[in-house]
Design a protein around this ligand. Structure first.
Ligand SMILES: [Zn+2]
Length: 468
C-alpha cells in the first residue's frame, strides 16, 4: 500500500470531517438563534402584540393614601407579596410606620421573611414588574440592591401620573376595568385608562345594617345627601336603582361582587315580604340568619337589575387575599342555584376558584351564562395556573375566558401581565407540541383571552373607537 496515498486519503477525510462539523455547527447556531420560532416564543410574541383589555384592577392614585413619598417598602406593603411575608413571620405596618423607618431598619424587621418568600408566585410576578419597567435584572431583592431600586421608585412616584401613563403604554394595556372597592360610590374615573366597575357589596351588606339615628352607615348617609328617604325596603331599592342608573350613566361595564370577604357565596331565595319585614328592624336586633336573608334577597335583586340593564356580574370565588379569612366562603359551586335561576344573566367567575379549579371549570363548561376570568390565578400560583388552564381548555370553549391583573399599582399590574402571558404561552405551546392544537387556533385563543372576549361580552367596541 502506498503510504503517500494513505496520508493523502487521511488528509482528505480530515478535511471532510472538519467541513461537516462546521456545517453542523452552523445548523445548530442557526437553530439557537431561531428561538423566536419555538411554539412558546411565537405565542409570547402574539401576546406581546395585543392591546390588552385587563378585566379587573384596583388601581389607586398614590394621593388617595395621603401625602406620601413612595419608596420600596411602601410598594411591598401595598402588594400581594406582603401576605406571604406575614405568612413567613414578617410584620405588617401602617403607612406612618413605613414612612418613619430607614431601609436598613425595614430589612432588619422583614428581610429574613422576605427571603423566605423567594419561591412564591407573589414574589416572582412582583419582581417581573421591576424587570420590565426598571431594567432590574437581579433574580431577588437583596439588602444591597433595594436602595438603588427604592431611589428609582421614589423618583418615579414624584410624578406618578406620568409614570403610570408611560408604564401603562409600555406594558401594552389599552383598558383596565377598575373596581374601586375602597370608594364604591365614586363614579368618576380617568377614561383614558379605566372603565368603571359598579361595586355592589355595600348595597348587599348595608341592607342588614339599618342604622340607629345616631349611626352613619355609608349608603344611608349617601342617600340622605342625594335627598333620598330610606325608611322602607322600597325606599332602599329605589336608591339602589338610582345607583345602577348613575353607574350606567358613567358607562360602568359590569357589576362586581366580592362579598366572599364578608360572607358565604350561597344566596338563597327570600321573598319580598320576608325581606321587607327584616329591613324594618334595626341592625342590632337582627339575628345572623335574618341578616343573611336580607343580604341574599338583595343579591337576587341585583342580578335581576343587572339583567335589566344588561351588565355582566363579576364574582370573586376561591382564595382570599390577606392573612386571615374563611376560605370555605368562596367555594364556586355555592353559586350553582343562581346560574340555574337566571339563565339571562352573565356571570363572570374570578380567580380560577382556587383551590377549587376543577369545580370552577365544570361550572364554565356546564352553563352558557358562566364565564371564567383567570384574573390573579397566575400570581397566586403560577404552576397551578398552568395545570388548571390546561384542564380548563380541555373542557371549556375559549370564547368564555378573560384575564385581569387585580393590582393596586402599575408595577404589580405589569408583573401580573407578564405572568399571565407566560402561563398562556406555556399551556398553549405544550398543547401544540402534543398535537392538541394548531398554531392558528393557539394564536386565536391568546387574542380572545387577552382582548377580544372582553370586547364582545362587555360591549366595548364603541368605547374603544373613541378618541381621548
Ligand atoms: Zn380584585
Amino acid at each position: 500500500m502506498n503510504d503517500n496515498f494513505t496520508f493523502k486519503k487521511h488528509g482528505y477525510f480530515r478535511g471532510m470531517v472538519i467541513t461537516l462539523l462546521l456545517a453542523l455547527s452552523l445548523v445548530l447556531f442557526h437553530q439557537c438563534t431561531q428561538q423566536p420560532h419555538t411554539a412558546y416564543q411565537k405565542i409570547k410574541d402574539t401576546a406581546d402584540a395585543i392591546r390588552i383589555i385587563n378585566a379587573h384592577e384596583h388601581q389607586h392614585w398614590p394621593e388617595e393614601y395621603g401625602d406620601l413619598s413612595y419608596r420600596f417598602y411602601h410598594l411591598i406593603h401595598s402588594s400581594y407579596l406582603m401576605s406571604d411575608i406575614v405568612s413567613a413571620g414578617g410584620t405588617r405596618m401602617d403607612m406612618g410606620q413605613i414612612d418613619s423607618l430607614s431601609l436598613e431598619a425595614h430589612w432588619d424587621i422583614n428581610g429574613q421573611a422576605l427571603n423566605y418568600t423567594r419561591n412564591t408566585s407573589y414574589y416572582s410576578h412582583f419582581i417581573k414588574g421591576f424587570q420590565k419597567l426598571y431594567n432590574f435584572d437581579d433574580l431577588y431583592f437583596t439588602e444591597s440592591n433595594i436602595p438603588i431600586l427604592s431611589a428609582q421608585i421614589e423618583k418615579n412616584y414624584q410624578d406618578y401620573r406620568s409614570w403610570f401613563d408611560s408604564s401603562f403604554h409600555k406594558a401594552g394595556f389599552e383598558l383596565m376595568f377598575n373596581d374601586q372597592y375602597w370608594k364604591p360610590f365614586n363614579t368618576e374615573i380617568d377614561e383614558r385608562y379605566f372603565a368603571l366597575v359598579f361595586h355592589i357589596n355595600p348595597l348587599v351588606m348595608h341592607a342588614s345594617n339599618f342604622p340607629s339615628p345616631e349611626d352613619t352607615v355609608m349608603i344611608y348617609y349617601k342617600a340622605a345627601g342625594e335627598g333620598y328617604l330610606m325608611n322602607t325596603l322600597d325606599d332602599y331599592l329605589t336608591y339602589c336603582d338610582h345607583l345602577f342608573q348613575k353607574n350606567i350613566a358613567h358607562e360602568a361595564v359590569c357589576v362586581k361582587n366580592s362579598l366572599t370577604y364578608s360572607r358565604s357565596l350561597d344566596f338563597e331565595e327570600v321573598s319580598y315580604e320576608t325581606a321587607s319585614t327584616i329591613f324594618n328592624k334595626r341592625s342590632a336586633k337582627l339575628t345572623r340568619g335574618e341578616s343573611k336573608q336580607i343580604q341574599d334577597f338583595m343579591f337576587h335583586w341585583i342580578i335581576q337589575k343587572s339583567i335589566h340593564y344588561d351588565l355582566p356580574i363579576q364574582i370573586h370565588t376561591g382564595y382570599l387575599a390577606g392573612n386571615g379569612n374563611n376560605l370555605e366562603n368562596g367555594k364556586p359551586v355555592k353559586l350553582n342555584n343562581l346560574f340555574l335561576k337566571y339563565p339571562e344573566a352573565r356571570f363572570v367567575l374570578f380567580h380560577g376558584g382556587y383551590p377549587w379549579t376543577g369545580e370552577y371549570a365544570a361550572l364554565g363548561k356546564m352553563f352558557p351564562n358562566v364565564y371564567l376570568d383567570i384574573v390573579w390565578l397566575p400570581q397566586i400560583s403560577r404552576e397551578k395556573a398552568v395545570l388548571a388552564l390546561d384542564e380548563m381548555l380541555d373542557c371549556v370553549p375559549y370564547n368564555k375566558f378573560f384575564w385581569g391583573g387585580d393590582c393596586a399599582f402599575i408595577e404589580e399590574s405589569v408583573g401580573s401581565l407578564e405572568y399571565g402571558k407566560e402561563v398562556l404561552a406555556e399551556v398553549l405551546a405544550s398543547r401544540i407540541e402534543r398535537g392538541l392544537l394548531t398554531d392558528d387556533v393557539a394564536f386565536d385563543i391568546v387574542k380572545k383571552v387577552l382582548r377580544e372576549n372582553a370586547v364582545e361580552v362587555f360591549n366595548l367596541e364603541e368605547r374603544l373607537n373613541r378618541e381621548f
